[in-house]
Design a protein around this ligand. Structure first.
Ligand code: PMT
Length: 214
């Protein structure tokens, strides 16, 4: 199966030396890329800035901003059979990027932010993707309800939900705890190494793909 995976944070520049970003390390997305490659699939990893090594056998496309991730996904999605969006994409970016370093002036500084493209939200309708579509949901409350709402609105086959309010798991950790939210049922994967969880997720996506073919 040809699979596109997004991973890591995005960086939204403010001036030549500053940017807005988040705590994503890329570990969850890279673990998925490795698990797919180990299972014999062809993987394209579209990743924001990360310290991690690219897993062997995985094609790699580094990006920085949400706009760059959007362009990379729009270009490569049409030839994919599955896509898994594990990246923590900025929902907003600075409205303008200053050409020079912003100087301190008053006691406060107000930034104007504008929306970035909703890459997952565009996959079905604007990009016309009809393969297996898997989104993530990073929630701090109402995990299953919010994930199920996302599943319908973004027309996904599966939402992988994680509670990012729990210390020691989720963002920038080797461990996570996942709730796999399908249209008809939910599967809870208890806390474990991201590499182990990734293998479970890959098996579930293989089953979804096999179900499509039969
Ligand atoms: O990278 P790690 O340190 O290992 O951390 C893993 C993780 C916590 C980042 C990961 O498990 C995770 O939850 N990834 C999704 C983070 C997120 O931004 O969730 P969200 O609920 O805000 O977004 C929902 C979905 O839409 C996600 O699939 C996201 O990739 C996608 N999205 C979001 C915004 C946007 N502009 N475009 C998108 O495609």
């Amino acid at each position: 199966m040809k699979v596109l995976i997004t991973a890591g944070p995005t960086r939204e520049p403010l001036d030549p030396v500053r940017y807005l970003t988040n705590r994503s390390s890329g570990k969850m997305g890279y673990a998925l890329a490795q698990a797919f490659a180990d299972a014999g699939h062809q993987v394209l990893l579209v990743s924001g800035p990360s310290q991690l090594d690219v897993p062997p056998g995985v094609d790699f496309l580094p990006i920085e901003t949400a706009d760059e991730m959007h362009q990379a996904v729009a270009r490569h999605l049409p030839r994919m059979e599955a896509a898994v969006f594990a990246a923590a994409v900025a929902d907003y970016r600075p409205a303008t990027v200053a050409g020079q370093k912003i100087k301190k002036a008053g006691e406060t500084l107000t930034l104007e932010l504008v929306r970035t493209p909703d890459i997952l939200g565009e996959a079905r309708d604007k990009m016309g993707f009809d393969g297996i579509l898997v989104g993530f949901a990073a929630e701090t409350e109402n995990l299953e309800a919010n994930a199920r709402d996302k599943l319908g609105r973004k027309r996904c086959d599966l939402i992988v939900a994680n509670d990012v309010s729990k210390p020691d798991i989720g963002f920038d950790s080797d461990r996570n705890e996942l709730l796999l939210v399908f249209p008809e049922h939910t599967v809870a994967l208890p806390e474990d190494e991201k590499h182990h969880l990734a293998r479970h997720v890959v098996k579930e996506i293989e089953l979804l793909a096999a179900g499509r073919k039969s």
